[in-house]
Design a binder for this molecule. Structure first.
Ligand code: BTN
Length: 314
């Protein structure tokens, strides 16, 4: 831990006004080093009261690996940047150039955030943008499971912490108040020779705290944020619970219980849906979600099993 991290850890543990002298003694650095570190922390967005008898750490919503890590994901494997082009690119680069096999890449804003079908993903500061890199060594067909697991992990974390009732639009959009609040994108890096996936990257974007009028006009009717007013939880708490849920679901994978939850949350089942296949628009009733996560759609004369793609509800 560097001095900045030590100051944060100490002040969080002691939750009181602490003099510069005491901090310097406890952390065994000079008072100038404490003063400099506090100034840097303030530049990074942390807030302190400067009082006659010392400093007090004020609440802030900075993303911090130490507050996100859990038994499955140590803080050393969590990489935070205030701004990046896309956390998907960060994860991919780490896998290919640094041969990293696991890691979580988080940013406060993205300048080239993207979603499925190459669409851009609105990524202003203060929301949640993250990509988890995994090296599961599985077959290509297993990919939809990750999308579904992630959707369940996010939806249940929001239910647990925010108290909003989430719904899932097959395959990977999370809705609250009938608007999209989170998008999930799963990409694979595959080994052509072995026909196996060498890495999976799960990208999650959540609109955390943003006023409705700050969304671009073309999105305003379709998307929303978890909070429009002062959030009741921190981003760290939500991110931590999402990945805690995710890894616990992965461990419990063989019992397939996550699929029951996914089906319960799905608002497309028994609805009329439209999708495109080979340039043709097909309409039918979404009848089931299979154990592989495929959507079974009964059209006029034919039953379709969709494994990916996009559906729209009439
Ligand atoms: C979608 O709705 O189509 C999926 C959106 C996925 C967005 C996330 S934000 C973090 C990660 N980085 C990106 O550029 N995309 C994903």
């Amino acid at each position: 831990m560097n001095t900045k991290q030590k100051i944060l850890a100490y002040m969080r543990e002691h939750q009181q006004i602490i003099s510069g002298e005491k901090l310097a003694n406890e952390l065994q650095v000079s008072r100038t080093a404490i003063w400099k570190a506090i100034r840097e922390l303030e530049k990074n967005g942390y807030r302190f009261d400067h009082l006659a008898n010392g400093y007090r750490l004020l609440p802030s919503d900075m993303i911090e690996p130490a507050l996100i890590s859990n038994q499955y994901l140590p803080a050393e494997l969590i990489f935070y940047q205030p701004s990046t082009a896309s956390t998907m690119q960060d994860a991919k680069k780490a896998a290919i150039e640094q041969h990293l096999t696991q890691g979580l890449f988080i940013a406060d804003e993205q300048t080239q955030g993207h979603g499925r079908f190459g669409r851009s993903f609105f990524s202003p500061s203060g929301q949640i943008y993250m990509s988890l890199l995994l090296s599961p060594n599985q077959n290509f067909q297993e990919l939809p499971q990750y999308t579904i697991l992630s959707a369940v992990a996010v939806a249940s974390a929001i239910d647990q912490l925010v108290g909003e009732q989430t719904a899932i639009k097959w395959v990977n959009d999370i809705f609250i108040r009938e608007k999209k609040v989170c998008g999930i994108l799963t990409e694979a890096i595959s080994d052509f020779e072995t026909q196996r996936i060498s890495h999976v990257i799960i990208g999650i974007g959540i609109n955390f705290f943003i006023a409705q009028e700050h969304f671009p006009e073309e999105l305003r009717q379709k998307v929303t944020a978890l909070f429009h007013e002062q959030p009741t939880i921190t981003r760290n708490e939500l991110i931590r619970l999402i990945w805690q849920n995710f890894f616990e679901l992965c461990i419990a994978l063989p019992d397939m219980q996550y699929l029951d939850y996914y089906r319960q949350k799905s608002f497309v089942l028994n609805q009329q849906v439209t999708f495109s296949q080979n340039g043709e628009k097909i309409t039918g009733i979404a009848q089931a979600i299979t154990d592989k996560g495929e959507l079974v759609v009964q059209a006029k004369n034919q039953v379709f099993s969709l494994s990916s793609g996009e559906i729209s509800l009439e």
